[in-house]
Design a protein around this ligand. Structure first.
Ligand SMILES: [Zn+2]
Length: 152
């Protein structure tokens, strides 16, 4: 841990066994995950990390690797109650408290999940994935046809 005039800086390495939810989602890390943290002394924690993740391609199911660069800002509170109410009042706010059971590893997992959304696809698979997502829902067409045939 290193102190600078208005805060504290620290870095830590998160080992893969600490990221059990990623493992459950078949996401693996190709490099150890190093997180650097800067605390400004006024309730805000700046996290910054990069992760090289491997997951299944949305189309071909073969492994696809992505490098994520993330630097979420997290508000730090004394009590879990304060942290909860801060998150409830603003959905964009991420908060932890000093009494929180939710550690940095879980925070990092949350950020990775958020960034990944539905998952990744290879560049050459991406077009197919997009075409599939944009395809109209067949049930919607059916509903439309039925509504046209309905006697007025
Ligand atoms: Zn693919």
């Amino acid at each position: 841990m290193e102190r600078f005039p208005h805060g504290v800086k620290a870095s830590l390495t998160i080992a893969e066994p600490q990221l059990s939810r990623l493992a459950e989602a078949s996401i693996s890390l190709l490099e150890p995950l190093a997180v650097s943290m800067a605390f400004d002394g006024q309730g805000q924690l700046e996290l910054s990390f990069h992760a090289v993740v491997r997951s299944e391609c949305l189309r071909c199911r073969k492994p696809v690797d992505r490098r994520l660069e993330l630097s979420p800002a997290v508000l730090l509170f004394e009590t879990a109650q304060e942290a909860d109410s801060a998150m409830m009042s603003d959905p964009d706010v991420d908060a932890i408290s000093t009494q929180d059971q939710r550690g940095i590893a879980e925070l990092v997992e949350d950020e990775i999940f958020l960034e990944m959304g539905h998952g990744f696809a290879h560049t050459e698979c991406q077009a197919t994935v997009e075409a599939q997502t944009n395809r109209p829902n067949p049930f919607q067409d059916l509903a439309h046809l039925l509504s046209m045939k309905k006697p007025s």
